[in-house]
Design a protein around this ligand. Sequence first.
Ligand code: BDR
Ligand code: CA
Length: 318
Amino acid sequence: MTTQPLPIIIDCDPGVDDSIGILLALGSPELEVRAVTTVNGNVPVATGTSNALRILELAGRSDIGVYRGCDRALLNKPLAGKFHGPNGLAGLQLPEPETNASTQHAVDRMAQELRRAGEQGTRLTICTLGPMTNLALLLRLHPELAAHVDRVVSMGGAFRIPGNRALTAEFNILADPHAAQVVYSAGLQTVLIPLDATHQAMTTPQRVAAMSGPGRVGQAVGQMLAHWDRNDVQRYGARGGPLHDPLVIAFLVAPALFETSPAHVFVEHGNSLCQGQTVADWYNQSGEPADAQIVTRIDADGIFALFAKRLQRLDPAT
Ligand code: BDR
Ligand code: CA
């Protein structure tokens, strides 16, 4: 019996690790990417949209539509991502895209894809690799479409370790904490891959070498990861940098490599020192449903071995 690939939408702000996440999804036959939607985050949404097109073309998959989304958070001012360089790809120069983004807005496309999934009797998995502005708007505009969402699987948050863009806040959540609170209070089934997990996924030199094959994709990934090293063994316990967003794809493809704990998630969205902090109700003290699975531990070696194999599939001739 053949299993149907899991239909997903990738909502992202490419971004080095977003771009590698997109490539891994394209190299994974278990997944069917129905759309790539973009949002303001690591880079302005126009830059992120152009990067998404370039990455799809690099992988020979410009048949997948790119839909430009919100150019700012619901309330907060833009917060540029560190470590991605001015072009969002750590200086990697890819050719100008030959294809254009659709004129349809990301939120409208998400709605259309969810309606179509509903008509087909299926549900979509929404992967968020950036701030959750688009998804929050979708839920406010079309609450009835939540029924066609299977799960929201996101890179975001920090629970038992410090934040990376503020003392207690991770970038994607801090960039739009109001949107994140809308999503986590919507009653959807969610999976969070927070810094607690991604800091276990360090791009050590050996892992980078394994992901940097001789083909076009392997070379591009190698160039981007060359700039990802935080060079801070004291903080991270290893050379390299935490490879955040690709873990979302790995979770969908190989969930056995991840340990999760159930909880309800709240987001501090007040204008406070802790704005953007994610707070887990591990012991059901709030009475809210434990509708989130929070990744606590990962098998990093298994995940990086998977990454190397999936990237090789995109460079078949090498
Ligand atoms: C997240 O922030 C961005 O810089 C990365 O792309 C990732 O999504 C990590 O905090
Ligand atoms: Ca991202």
